[in-house]
Design a protein around this ligand. Structure first.
Ligand code: NAI
Ligand code: PHE
Ligand code: K
Length: 355
């Protein structure tokens, strides 16, 4: 409920409703402990405003952890635009009005929150936001921005897949069965990289056009509703979050999980179940940080493309650290990654003060 959702530990919740389009806007700032809050703008049709608040809250918390564990001098936040209908049923004039209102809201936060692209928003949407507010990452390259973060995200997920397979005793990806759920901007690239590394690809999407392209490339199609019952060596969720709850964790026929989606596990209990079965799971806020390296690196820290690639490849080493900590302490990989992130977020942390 909304009451429950507003009993939240984050720093700030901003909401606004536009009666003309029936759209509700949410911006949640989880933490500015390490810098201005940042996280993308997600547009979706939610069952209720409570669901939109909940999604924004969980996603902004994940951004705080992603920035901290990645050593980026930013906090965590997220925007959710709760649409009156699914995104593909919103006409362009309505969408344009929605973006203008969202940009006004962001501008009122005066730089305490920086947005960027997320599910159902892209670089040209960032271009439009930037006409009203400067607190926007990921404008198109022609418009002075760093462009899409998807390529860097995919590279980081690929590194995470390799590090996770290695640690799980699977060796390299060569000859391994890799199941990719979601063939969008990130998943499509993940498939390409994994195929180049010799993996046997199983792919699922709800969009027939994306499946057709994958089929032409020689990959095996798995029906979207059979993903959690499909046997593979490594499962890469690259569609939406919340795919693995405790029940799925208890039965999913895989040895490892590493993907791009934010909040892959529904809760900590799902992580415990995976651990008890020996399924090694890459914490998503570590594995999918390539996009943050790209956007914050290029637009705040003055990195070039090579710097982004180098830092993104480092995701494999960070995961090794997470896996070692998880083994030493006998805790889930998610809990180990939380420990690493929280060390940096703690008031005593000197690295935080230095950045
Ligand atoms: P996208 O919207 O381009 O692709 C998502 C794909 O998943 C689409 O092809 C869609 O048809 C498919 N899909 C939706 N529901 C599905 C289902 N039930 N089963 C199978 N396929 C389904 O999104 P993008 O940018 O590729 O992002 C994917 C995920 O990665 C999202 O959860 C996003 O939050 C996360 N992520 C993305 C980053 C980025 O830089 N783009 C950075 C970090 C995380
Ligand atoms: N939405 C993406 C993510 O979840 C990319 C992003 C990173 C957007 C940082 C804004 C800021 O990581
Ligand atoms: K997108």
């Amino acid at each position: 409920s909304i009451d429950d959702e507003l009993r939240w530990d984050g720093e700030l919740t901003v909401t606004r409703h536009d009666r003309e389009t029936g759209t509700t806007f949410v911006i949640r700032i989880d933490s500015t402990r390490l810098g201005p809050a940042s996280g993308g703008t997600r547009a979706a049709h939610y069952p209720s405003i409570g669901h939109a608040l909940a999604d924004a809250g969980k996603l902004s918390g994940a951004m705080t952890l992603k920035m901290a564990v990645s050593d980026l001098p930013m906090g965590g936040g997220k925007s959710v635009i709760a649409l009156p209908a699914p995104r593909n049923r919103i006409d362009s004039a309505t969408w344009s009005r929605i973006l203008d209102i969202h940009a006004e809201n962001i501008d009122k936060l005066e730089g305490n929150y920086w947005t960027g692209p997320d599910v159902n928003t892209n670089s040209s949407d960032m271009d439009q936001l930037s006409r009203t507010t400067k607190y926007v990452f990921g404008r198109s390259v022609d418009n002075g921005g760093a462009g899409s973060s998807a390529h860097a995200t995919a590279l980081g997920v690929f590194e995470a897949m390799k590090a996770t397979a290695r640690r799980r005793g699977l060796g390299t990806l060569d000859g391994r069965k890799v199941l990719v759920q979601g063939l969008g901007a990130v998943g499509g690239d993940v498939v390409r990289l994994a195929a180049q590394a010799g993996a046997r690809l199983l792919v699922a999407d709800t969009d027939p056009q994306r499946l057709e392209a994958a089929s032409l490339a020689g990959h095996t199609i798995v029906p979207a509703d059979e993903v959690l019952r499909t046997s593979c060596d490594l499962f890469a969720p690259c569609a939406m979050g919340g795919v693995i709850d405790s029940a799925a964790a208890a039965s999913i026929p895989t040895l490892a999980v590493a993907g791009a989606a934010n909040n892959i596990l529904t809760d900590a209990a799902a992580g415990e179940v995976l651990r008890s079965r020996g399924v090694l799971c890459a914490p998503d806020f570590v594995a999918n940080a390539g996009g943050a390296f790209h956007l914050v690196g290029r637009e705040v820290l003055g990195w070039n493309e090579d710097d982004v690639v180098e830092r993104t490849r480092g995701i494999g080493r960070t995961l090794d650290e997470v896996y070692s900590l998880s083994e030493e302490r006998g805790i889930t990989t998610e809990a180990a990654a939380l420990l690493l992130a929280r060390t940096r977020l703690s008031p005593a942390s000197t690295t935080a003060a230095a950045t």
